[in-house]
Structures are given as structure tokens and as C-alpha cells.
Design a protein around this ligand. Sequence first.
Ligand code: ADP
Ligand code: MG
Length: 693
Amino acid sequence: MEFNFQDNVMYVKGVGPNRAKALAKLNIFTMYDLLTHYPRSYEDQRSITPIAHAKIDEQGIFVGKLSHINLRETYRLKIISAILTDDSGSIQVIWFNQEYLMKKLSTGTRIMVIGKVKFDTYNGGLAINQINSFAILEPGEKITLGIKPVYPSTAAINQSVFRTAIKNLLDKMPPVKEILPDSIIKKSNLISLDTAMRQIHFPDNEESLKLARRRLAFDELFLIQCGLMLIKRQNTVEKLGITCKKNGALVKKVFDSLPFKLTDDQLKTFETVAQDMEKNLPMRRLIQGDVGSGKTVVAMLALVKAVENGYQGALMAPTEILAVQHYNNFVKMLGEFGIRIGLLSAKVTRSKKLKQEVYEKIAEGNFDIVIGTHALIQDEVKFKNLGLIITDEQHRFGVAQRAELGRKSEIVPDMIVMTATPIPRTMILTVYGDLEVSLIKQMPPGRKPIKTFVRTIRQRKKVYEFVREEILKGRQAYIVCPLIERSESETLNYIDPATEIYEMLRKGIFKDIPCALIHGKINPAEKDEIMAQFHDDKIKLLVSTTVIEVGVDVPNASVMVIENAERFGLSQLHQLRGRVGRGSEKSYCILVSNSKQGAAAARLDLMESTTDGFTLAEEDLKLRGPGQFFGESQHGLPDLKVANVFRDIDTLLEARNAAENFITTESDLNYFAEMRKNLALAYGDKFSQINQA
Ligand code: ADP
Ligand code: MG
């Protein structure tokens, strides 16, 4: 029968229907899934350690026969000890709480054990007492030495099942077809895909493992880069964009009316944007700037420029709150110049009549700038002549949507995505490789750095007293909680949810102060109302979940308390913290946490010591992986199984180069289509979506 990688994994020898069910929990359904279930680490089992060479604190692989098997119980532990003997000597082996082994072990049993050697105080002498793995050997069984894979696994499927099943699969499968063109393989010095697939599981040595990893990482990165290049190419080479004139009177008027002077970085960014807009190619630009760096005004000027040239502009915000805030801001700033601003909010889309009205005004060109959430890019929304689309806080605007933009109209609108999440360069190349990048590093003048403190739950009372003092001085404050309410199944009982904190504070220390609670379950109309009141200083203390995370701008709010701060990622904490420190008052961020020790505490300490978003983002990326930057797979790219955007930066750059060259000729594009078919195998539909755009 012909071998098919898409066949059910249960047909792999050593798997079967029951284990197939357990594998499904690890998202392994097909043979291909199993093949690409790459090891998480490796155990060096290449040479057996003679027992006489055992050293304290060193790991070894020992093979010998057991004797003196003994079970004793202490207050908490059941301890099996035995003596293991080989040709060179003897050593103790100790198992904790595995009394069932007593039935399996007897004098003369041959075992292989991998573990760390310690000094045993009970019997004295050396003992293997940190056992990583061990196996009882059948009489005459030969030990296969080598570098052994360690797989991400579940209780139901242990390492030896994985090893055996994958070994069987490798033995049975035909050579894996090459997917890269020869020229790239040669130029980038890659080993064959077949070799790489095999070596990644059972490497001959460190060097061949390295080569295997590099090959597989290259493939992943190359594919992503090709996808991004295709989007870029389609948007720049294959389609015409709009062409704006040099900045005219309207831009100048708005510019002159700004209540502040732009920072150099803002100016430079706007100039770059203006130049992009004056070209006939579609603009594709990412503007990165830390929270509070003043991206909105740059966006506004760009939109005004589009309007001045007779186009409509759209500004897409990630949340309703933000859309409304931008809308009010734009009306205030631009209304006097006769620029007509529309809002496509949830309130509008909920009412059929309102929605129809707004849609019509958009379609007839009666709105010059439309602001909304992602309702803006729904198919029903037809612009008369959309020239520029800006998305604020892009991380909910993935690759697929970016590609979608180009598909929608004959002329491709210009596009800017703005992000306050500092994205390390390597990540940019991976996820935004189709965009040009501008950076706003400078903060507007007059900002006082936010003081950050870490406090324990026991110090909370003091924290609230401090907040109270600040409020009495005229300031406003946020209290941010990780959860809305306590769910019954919630095992994390040490988390205080927003609802409970709110009740406690409203009835307690803040009972004479206007407080409000806001979170994702509160209906949008009410949410808008609360935000408006907070904005107008009618509400002094806002207890919330992370709904206020992005972009909300209330300059008088100068204190933020983050409860259970250890529950948040560093980048997220940094985003939250960016809600304060927007005015001229001294601002404070107090992180309340119950963990004073360990990794969580170390992370919070970092918050105390730096306000640099990039440092925090890099740290976060190291600690938590790239997923959290984009809300798991919202970036719409295939997951990286092997490649690591930090470690593999060289491979990434090489893959990007190769992809750039590869995507330049028509014949290559055909080849790419062919390759993509083969790759549906590897990446499923995700990838094909990107490229069909
Ligand atoms: P973000 O980049 O986080 O979106 P905003 O655009 O919301 O930042 O700007 C934050 C605050 O700084 C706003 O209140 C804005 O009016 C103000 N601001 C922006 N640019 C300047 C500037 N050059 N000088 C003074 N204040 C500025
Ligand atoms: Mg913003």
C-alpha cells in the first residue's frame, strides 16, 4: 500500500486506536503530525558510565544487576534502595514513592538507569537518587546507545512509546520529498529535508542535530518570508496605489492648530509617511512607538493628508472605548476645518437604521474620516474612495487581514499599522516582514517618569491609603485586576477578582469617593458612559480588568494599582502602566503581588527598574515565547515548531534573503505554487490563505 503522510496516526506500528486518542490531545492526528512532533530536548545516552567512575552531582548512564533490594518507610516517603553492580563496582540506587517497583525488581534484575549521583546520608556512600529514566532489561537485551529524543508528552504516552512509534514511522516512510529548489539548498548549505527529518529525532551526533535543526528552521522561516514577500509584491508591484500631492493648505492648517509641538520622531515619522503617500505605490508601514509616545497625532495628520487629496480615510481601533475616544478627539481637532468624521461603533451597528445611515454616508463620501473597530473592514462597508487605512494597536490585525486589504479594491489604499507593543526586530521580520518600519522613540516633553513599586498583598491597606491621598489631591486612579469574577471552578483562589475588589473598596476606604467598575461583561453602552464620566473626572477611581489596556487616554489619572500583578506578562504590565503618566503630574504604578520570590518576583522587579518597553518585551519574549505578543495565533502565521526568532536570527536573515530572491521571477512564482501544494502538508490551510491573497 502506498504510504501517505496524511493517514491516521493509529496505523503507525506501536500506536493503535487507543494511543491515537491520547495523541489527539497533543494535536497529533496524522502520520505527518507525528513526524513533526519534534523533540523538546535530548538525552545523551551515548556511553555507559562504569559505576566506579560515578561522581557526586554528575549524571550518568549505569547498567548493572540489582541486589539487596529493600523498602523502608519514613514519615512521608516510601523509599526503595538497592545495590547496582557492574564489572567495575557497586553503587546504591534509590527510588522514592514507587513501591510498586518492589514487585518488578528482584535480585539479579538487569537495569539501565540514567540519573544523578548524590551522597546518601542514610546508608552512607554514593547513590543514584535523582533518576531521570530507567528501564528493566530483558535477559540478553542489547542496549541501544545514542542521543535520545525527549518529546513533549502526556501521562498517557510516555517517552518510550514516542521513541518507538517515531522510530517505526521513520523506518517505514519513504524518503521525504525535497521542497526547496536545489539552488537554495546549495546556496544556503542546507542538508536534505529527508535527512533533517530523521536526524531531528535520532541524531547521530551534536553536529548533525545542529544541521537538522537549521534545515527545518530555515524551511519554516523561508515559507513565512515567502508569504510576506508575496503580500508585499502583490501590494507594491502588482497593484497601483494612490498618489497624493505634496502637503497642502489643509495639512498645514491642522498642523498649525496642534496644541503642542511635535517631537522630532513624530515629525520624521510623518514626513516619511507623507513621502510614502506621494508615491504611486501603496504605502505599507508599521509605526512603532511606546505607549504615550504620541502616535495618534501622526495618524491624524496622515488622514488629513488623504482627505486633502480627495480620499477617505479610516482609523481602526481595537476596542469600542478607544474608537469613541479617537472619534471625540478627531471631532474636536478637525471639525473646525470642515472635515467630516464618522463613527462606526457597536452602538451604530446594533441599530439597523443607524447602521444603514452610516453605511450610506460612507458610501456616498459624506464622511471624510471614519473611525471604528474592526467593523470597519467588514464586507458590507463600502467606501466611496478609501485612500488610507490606519489600524491602531495592530496586534489584532493579522497578516491575513493585511492581505485582505489589497484584495478589496482596484486601487490599493495606503496602510499604516501602529503598535505600542515594542516588537523586537527579529519578530518584526517574521510577522511584519511585509511592512516598512518607523520608530517613535522619543516621548513628548514634560512627561515625568512613572514610579513603579512592587508591594505584597499584606501591604495593600497602605497602598489603598496612598491611592486615597492622591485622589484627595485631585488625581484619578485605576485599579486593574486579572479576572472579572470568581468562577466556581476557579482553582486560583488567591486571585481577587475585579467585582470583589470593587465591592470591598466602594464600601470601605473609598466609600465617599465616586468609584466605578468596568469589564468585558458590562454592556457597551454602559461602558461608554462610565469611560466618559471617568474622562470628565466625575468618576475618580476605576476598578477594571484589562479592558483599559490599550490606548485609553485620561491625563489626570496618575495612579494605577495592578492586583495579582504576577498574573500578567511584562509587556502587558507595561501597556497597562502606560495608561498613567500621560499628564504633567507625577505618576505611580503599584504592582501588588503575593509572590515575593522566584521568577514571578524577578519579573516584577524588572518592572520596578526599567520603563523601557523594548527591554521588557525582549525579556517577555524570552520568558513566554512569541505567542502572547499577538494573542496566540492572531498574527495568522504558521506556528514555528523549530525556529526560534532569537536563537535563529542568522537563519532568519538568510531565509529572508533567499525568499526575496526567490519571489522575484514569474517562473519562481509557479514553482512556489507547486511548493505550496506540497506544503499544505506541513502547514495546513493557514499558509495557503496568506499566499492566495
Ligand atoms: P500613543 O502613542 O500611546 O497612542 P497618544 O497619541 O495617545 O499616544 O498620545 C499620548 C498623549 O500625549 C496624548 O494626550 C497626546 O495629546 C499627547 N501628545 C502627543 N504628542 C505630543 C507632543 N508632541 N507634545 C505634547 N503632548 C503630546
Ligand atoms: Mg494610541
